[in-house]
Write a protein that binds this ligand. Structure first.
Ligand code: HEC
Length: 125
């Protein structure tokens, strides 16, 4: 066995698998620290939706929901599964009194505007 060291990603071996996917594509709504920054997005750090099974959560992520665009065909299913593991890890950390995110932010990470499917009648702008 040997470890492939990728420049700039030296800690990759210790990093939970789903961290980069979550922090790049999901955190812009669900929060880079698991506290949401997008309208109606659940807070995984505080345990929202965590009573649902992995299969249920994956279905929502693949198909999209009222407030969330679908992810099927946009990212590999394996990456989406790992991202779900990572958002569950945030809740585990909450229960242990630990900070939600203990990993470095990826250099590239996206923020999102409302998709237009939400009920935003009350937003004045
Ligand atoms: C554009 C904003 C946005 C992005 C980006 C986004 N989500 Fe969501 N997500 C939401 C909103 C809003 C909800 C709540 C939807 C609802 O209650 O109908 C949600 C719900 C969820 C749920 C709960 C589903 C359920 O069945 O209760 C999971 C799990 C989830 N998102 C995971 C992810 C993952 C993983 C990613 C990245 C691949 C991601 N989200 C990216 C906005 C987003």
């Amino acid at each position: 066995m040997f470890t492939l060291v990728v420049p700039g990603d030296a800690l990759a071996a210790d990093k939970p698998k789903g961290a980069n996917t979550y922090l790049t594509f999901c955190g812009g709504c669900h929060g880079f620290d698991g506290e949401p920054i997008y309208i109606y997005a659940p807070s995984f750090y505080y345990g929202d939706r965590m009573q649902k099974s992995d299969a249920e959560l994956l279905q929502s992520v693949l198909n999209g929901t009222k407030g969330m665009p679908h992810w099927e065909g946009k990212l590999p299913v394996e990456d989406l599964r790992n991202a779900i593991d990572y958002l569950r890890l945030m809740y585990k950390r909450y229960k242990k009194g630990e900070p939600s995110r203990q990993e470095e932010m990826p250099d590239v990470h996206y923020y999102f505007k409302p998709t237009g499917k939400e009920n935003l009648d009350w937003v004045t702008e």
